[in-house]
Design a protein. Structure first.
Lengths: 506, 323
């Protein structure tokens, strides 16, 4: 690859910080990109990558820090300004206008047709009609068009955000070749990707973000992946003690509560199979956008799968509506509490609602019975009732307890928890893990997706890892270290996958 | 070719509906002729301008509930100015009215952009504000309008050397409408501004990421809508001869025509041709129902029903298209 230190720095960002209310998304991020260089920007979910990218491309303004472009201190007020200065991003979501045709999109951002044509051909879509309406084109084509438009504008710094995510392999090859050639001819590229294989192939250096701070900068060489994974995690082997005698001997026997086979949905969930056993907490680990959202939507009845089967307690199930899933005992606890709770109503009403939601119960409410069940749930979950009049005044942790508690009170047997501890304080988190264990001990089955890998060891019996819309690994509790999970989440477990594959296929 | 056909398919369909309606008008009322067409076109003129203005903001992904009030303000300004300045200076009065229209629209747009209050709330509030302004300028119907200008939108076309019986079928009001829309819209159609208006209506975030100045484009869209609303107000004053400070029934009618004209209420899709044809369809329908001595109140029920039906059909087609 090119001599990394040879070029002069084109983009140099130092000490960039950004807060959203009380949350510090970025504290001290920096990045240097020289001419002729491809730098990978890496970080686990929530490390602040997307905030940093938005700041560099003018979509967000930083609270502090310097962005130096070609030796000049710059502060971009809008994406338009950043583009004029030569920093041009290709975002994960295409920036094309869906209702306009290709020619109008070119005109809108002043791209000449000839260079655009050149790049589209180069990138492997030779017979594109300029009168095609964007909304009729497949996602992969749109991403290529977006890249071709950006290349046609001759950027100083090209920023690619998960450029290869929606692309078939032949197009990935083309893109990598073109991007490398761009760098070799002196252009600078920031490459954001979860795929180590691609980074190893095209990038010169990698810059690692953790908790909003740039913690390392590596020259890409064989074996650097492990170092990067360790650094993204913080280098601390956080293997929390697993509560003894967690799993009953008979848990794995018998019909599973939920049997998912070859389910696919949307453009991301490709083919997922797994069993959720009775009395089990099954972890789900995945990087952002690997199909986990679609999986939970399918299981909770928000979305119909395109293919595959779901069995509940051994009999086939199909959900056309969340109410169907709830009737089968499956209910979703979303990461965003606002999606689940009636924020302006009381704790009691929120807990009682699922018990009363069926039309057959539209009559008078059995007050005494309801009160008893609500009190029981409040007691069991230790919900702080001081601000019970309106749920929105509760802390995030207490709100999440209410969302779990309402299903516990309704007697639901399968809980689908989607990142339930997002934005919750540590103390409450540590009340939620034992609660999950306790519910599982009483026979409930829990599917638990979390973006914090450390939680897996604290709550889960087993963990499935989803990558590229497929289950790539199943990790038992004793192996669920953050390193193992992270490696698997990045698709780095080729060997182990084969060993455990037998468990996936029935 | 097929894309062009598909793009104008809806407008062609509307044109066919309009022809059927005009033929049935002739059947219901055998003496419906040149003068009937003239009064139809004159009645449709303010509706058509309101609809064009509404179409532009809807394409930009917004809505302007204050359009009828802006028309009222423009109408009374025109009536007052023309009375004071006399017939000879009526041209200046028109210029001032149009600038006032652009200003009112731009104020709507700027309020939406700056306060970030939803367009439907801002323009609902401005509906009352502009209504109050109209009443402040003229608290009862009054003022005057220039005779020579009134003549511009009345009667049929006369061409030297062509028998009047032929040309009178083409109403002046219709020619004025087509000419003005073409003069304003044709040069704009291929500009970055109009492209940007379609872009923010189609996908605001993608437009922002592409570097489109979203706020400025939105203000410009409302400004254009204000311009057409002012033309509509002017048309009312010219056809009645006086200024009327109370807003007319142009809000529902313009939204109905925009929707029937093939503009997606979600923005980004549609043109001006369809909505203009839709205006004539709705006016002719109203005329036919009146000729059939149906209660005039039923017509608003029908316009409302058409609106819901068209949006529903559009939604179903959009869902089909996605698969």
């Amino acid at each position: 690859m090119t001599e990394a230190t040879a070029g002069r720095p084109v983009l140099d960002a130092r000490g960039v910080a950004k807060r959203f209310g009380a949350v510090a998304a970025l504290r001290d991020a920096s990045l240097t990109v020289r001419s002729g260089e491809i730098v990978a920007l890496m970080g686990a979910n929530g490390a602040g990558k997307s905030t940093f990218v938005k700041i560099l491309t003018g979509a967000l303004r930083p609270d502090s820090g310097h962005i130096n472009l070609d030796g000049q201190d710059r502060r971009f007020a809008s994406p338009a300004q950043a583009r004029r200065s030569g920093i041009m991003p290709v975002y994960q979501e295409p920036s094309l206008i869906p209702d306009l045709d290709v020619a109008d999109n070119l005109r809108l951002i002043d791209v000449a047709t000839a260079p655009f044509r050149h790049w589209v051909n180069e990138l492997g879509i030779p017979n594109l009609g300029l009168d095609a309406t964007i909304s009729h084109l497949p996602l992969a084509t749109l991403r290529i068009l977006d890249l071709a438009m950006t290349l046609a504008k001759e950027p100083k710094v090209l920023m690619l955000d998960e450029m290869t995510a929606a692309l078939p392999t032949d197009l990935v090859e083309r893109v990598l070749t073109v991007v490398r050639a761009q760098a070799d001819s002196g252009r600078s590229v920031i490459y954001i990707s979860h795929r180590f294989a691609e980074i190893a192939r095209v990038c010169d250096r990698a810059s690692v973000l953790r908790d909003g701070v740039t913690v390392g900068d590596f020259v890409i060489e064989p074996g650097v992946e492990e170092k990067i994974v360790d650094l993204m995690l913080g280098g601390i082997p956080t293997r929390a003690a697993i509560a003894g005698a967690r799993r009953d001997a008979d848990v794995s026997a018998g019909t599973p509560r939920l049997r998912v086979r070859n389910v696919s949905a949307g453009s991301k969930l490709a083919d997922v199979s797994f069993d959720l056993r009775k009395g089990e907490v099954l972890g789900v680990v995945a990087l952002e956008g690997q199909g986990q959202d679609e999986l939970f939507d399918v299981l909770s009845g928000f979305q119909r799968p395109q293919a595959g089967t779901i069995e509940v307690d051994g009999s086939p199930a199909s959900f056309g509506h969340p109410a169907d899933a709830i009737a089968q005992g499956l209910s979703l606890v979303p990461g965003d509490r606002k999606d689940a709770l009636l924020m302006l109503r009381s704790v009691r009403e929120n807990i009682a609602l699922p018990m009363l939601a069926r039309p057959s119960k539209w009559g008078a409410i059995p007050m005494r019975q309801e009160a008893a069940r609500v009190s029981e749930a409040v007691e069991r979950l230790q919900i702080d009732m001081r601000a019970q009049g309106e749920v929105r005044r509760l802390s995030g942790g207490n709100q999440q307890k209410v969302t779990i508690g309402r299903w516990v009170a309704a007697g639901v047997q399968t809980l689908l928890l989607f990142d339930p501890t997002r934005g919750i304080d540590v103390r409450t988190k540590h009340q939620i893990y034992p609660l999950l264990r306790e519910l599982a001990g009483q026979g409930a089955s829990i599917l638990f997706y979390t973006s914090e890998l450390g939680e897996i060891a604290l709550a889960c019996d087993r963990t499935i890892v989803i990558f590229g819309g497929k289950v790539v690994d199943i990790i038992e509790a004793e192996d669920a270290t953050e390193q193992n999970l992270m490696r698997a989440a990045y698709g780095l477990t080729e060997k182990r996958r084969q060993d455990t594959a037998t468990e996936v296929t029935p | 070719m097929t894309a062009t056909l598909a793009r104008h398919g809806w407008a062609l369909g509307l044109l066919a509906v309009l022809v059927i309606l005009l033929v049935s008008t002739r059947i219901i009322q055998p003496n419906f002729g040149a003068s009937g067409l003239d009064s139809l076109a004159r009645a449709a003129l303010p509706f058509a301008f309101a609809t064009v203005g509404m179409a532009i903001v809807v394409i930009a992904g917004g809505i302007d509930l204050s359009i009828a009030s802006i028309m009222a303000v423009a109408g009374v300004i025109a009536a007052v100015l023309m009375q004071q300045m006399g017939d000879a200076n009526a041209g200046w009065a028109v210029l001032i009215v149009l600038l006032a229209g652009v200003g009112m629209g731009a104020i709507n747009g700027a309020l939406i952009v700056i306060t970030r209050v939803p367009d439907i709330v801002v323009t609902l509030a401005m509906l009352f504000v502009w209504e109050g302004v109209a009443l402040l300028i003229l608290n009862a119907p009054g003022g005057a309008s220039a005779q020579w200008m009134r003549a511009l939108v009345a009667g049929g076309v006369t061409l030297p050397g062509v028998p009047i019986e032929w040309t009178s079928w083409l109403p002046n009001a219709f020619i004025v409408l087509v000419a003005i829309v073409l003069i304003i819209w044709l040069p704009l159609r291929r500009t970055k501004l109009v492209l940007s208006i379609y872009a923010i209506g189609s996908d605001q975030h993608a437009a922002f990421r592409s570097g489109v100045p979203v706020g400025l484009t939105r203000i410009a869209a409302y400004g254009l809508a204000g311009l057409f609303a002012a033309l509509g107000g002017l048309a009312i004053t010219l056809s009645t001869g006086i200024g009327e400070p109370i807003p007319g029934p142009y809000l529902l009618a313009s939204v109905a025509a925009v929707v029937l004209g093939g503009v997606a209420l979600t923005g980004g899709r549609g043109g001006l041709l369809g909505p203009i044809i839709a205006v004539f369809i709705l006016r002719t329908l109203r005329l036919d129902l009146t000729l059939l001595s149906v209660d005039p109140n039923v017509t608003t029920i029908i316009e409302g029903a058409i609106m819901v039906a068209v949006v529903m059909v559009g939604g179903i087609l959009a869902m089909r298209g996605r698969h």
